[in-house]
Design a protein. Structure first.
Length: 186
């Protein structure tokens, strides 16, 4: 696994070993960032279920001003720390359950331009993530929520509108924006 572009392009990243890790592939990450090409520079990023930290690292490599990584797994957090150290990056890693981390970020009055989530497919659906992002008001009104999930599953929360979707084998990446029409009804 490697960083696919930007100032750290080509640098090797480590992932946790065994079945506990299902890192977003280089091909998928490169596709995501090609879509976001003009929407990454200067942005603040949140990477939920960060795994190896590759998404947040890639975002910073391509010009994001900051990235906060959320990862509960011990082996995954260890891999993230290894990757950050090897790149001499000091991104913030929150080592706890994603709901607790999102609640903490709300208390700190944090909001993000880009929120990435790649939850374990068998434990969380995209609606779970969308609900927490909305509940804790983490996405700026002009931001994007990007979720990697099992193919055929999507956010049904009408507070988000589907912008794009890309299929990669049994996985799919969907891009959502805040549905301003629904937000005004609240």
């Amino acid at each position: 696994m490697r960083v696919t572009g930007g100032i750290y392009g080509g640098r090797i990243l480590k992932a946790a070993t065994g079945m506990v890790s299902r890192p977003t592939t280089d091909k998928v990450r490169e596709s995501i960032f090609n879509i976001l090409m003009n929407d990454i520079e200067g942005k603040e990023v949140l990477d939920i279920f960060a795994g190896s930290g590759a998404i947040g690292i890639e975002a910073v490599s391509r010009g994001a001003t900051s990235a906060i990584l959320i990862e509960k797994g011990f082996d995954q957090a260890k891999a993230i720390n290894t990757n950050l150290k090897s790149l001499e990056l000091s991104l913030r890693l929150i080592k706890t359950d994603y709901k607790a981390a999102c609640r903490l970020l709300q208390q700190e009055e944090k909001q993000f331009d880009l929120i990435f989530a790649d939850p374990p497919y068998d434990k969380f659906c995209p609606d779970d993530v969308a609900e927490v992002v909305t509940q804790y008001n983490l996405l700026r009104s002009d931001g994007f929520l990007i979720i990697e999930h099992k193919f055929g599953v999507e956010v049904t929360d009408n507070r988000f509108k589907l912008l794009k979707r890309r299929k990669f084998g049994q996985s799919e990446v969907t891009f959502y924006a805040v549905n301003e029409a629904e937000k005004e009804k609240e």
